[in-house]
Design a protein around this ligand. Sequence first.
Ligand code: ASP
Length: 435
Amino acid sequence: MSVIVAKFGGTSLANAAQFRKVQSIIAANKDRCFVVPSAPGKRTPDDNKITDLLYLCHAHVQQSIAFDEVFNIICERYLEIVAALGLSLDLTPYLKEIKAKITAGASADYVASRGEYLNGLILANLIGYQFVDPGEMVLFNERGILDMEQALKNLKSPLEKAQRAVIPGFYGLLPNGQIKTFSRGGSDITGSLVARSINADLYENWTDVSGFLMADPKVVKNPKPMQKITYRELRELAYMGATVLHEESVFPVRQAGIPINIKNTNDPNHPGTIIVNDAEPQGTITGIAGKKDFTVIAVEKAMMNAELGFGRKLLSILEANAISFEHIPSGIDTMSVVISDSQLNGKLDKILDEIHAQCKPDSLETHPHMALIATVGRGMVYTPGIAAKLFSALAKFNINVRMIDQGSSELNIIVGVQTNDFEKTVQAIYHAFVE
Ligand code: ASP
């Protein structure tokens, strides 16, 4: 028998009908021994996620506003699920305790974590698995950073003992005994930790799409699915905006070579996307992803290449202002820094003043409204002609490329274009390589 860890996202557990689908997915394969649920997500596009409602309760208390109305919506959703599933589980004492703690000013992390906690209780009751609270095992340090080694050690023996268990996602414990959550979407990380701790054969991540698509379907019509991708490609694509899986969830399983399978709860027979350490390329490119809202600071100075420490001076200014940068394309007398607008956050003028004062450039320009688009693929490595194909496709669509960056791993080519050329660029690349 092999061991599978199955994590189910919010939409997979949004109501009783979805719980029933999850129940039959688990029943369909006895290897699905460990199950990690998220909190109930949206049932319709304009519905609310339980996690958001819980944060809202906390915010109400902070502002000394009554939160009963919001809390009642949460209670109703859970009680409705329990009733529709015909479970004998009585959630009322749990809900009462949570309400009392919120009233007493419990932390935002505690309040948010209860979404997964309650869903875990329901799911464990429905499928007859043991409930294992990650609060006692997934530990963070004083700075709120996950202690992965400790978490893996702590999870191992209780899970092995339970043999079949439901472990709520998204939270753990700080050294002072307080609940701490991961960043949003963090149940993916819990699933990955569980998979690694028991050395699972497979980590299934069940969501509402059949895996990764080669491009954003809002930009490209009916993009092809990706059947198999590598962890490194996933990391590049996720960093550049492809959202299906939490970025940090890759690390625990990647180290142990446990494959991740992205699956669709609403279409369980679809193979989805498998993420592995290494695989034969299935085409030249694997996927295209991109992000908007970048600014480029372009510095020009004659003989820059001969000036020792110029780059360090420039980058120290960013460091001193707590700004991280994305790329630094450079020429003989020029150096540009690409920075996300969320990092700049009103500090642009201050940085420009400091660059003027410390680097004494001949010219200093800023180019706002830039978008970055990454073309990722293990099939591009050592394949001549890829860049030529990409840039002639962009030229054909009259797209002006403002920046180019290709790492020596040749796993991706990143181009910077004006934000209003973003969609056109993704489409041009997709058509050049895929269709
Ligand atoms: N429920 C949490 C969120 O909405 C965590 C998760 O779904 O993974 O972010």
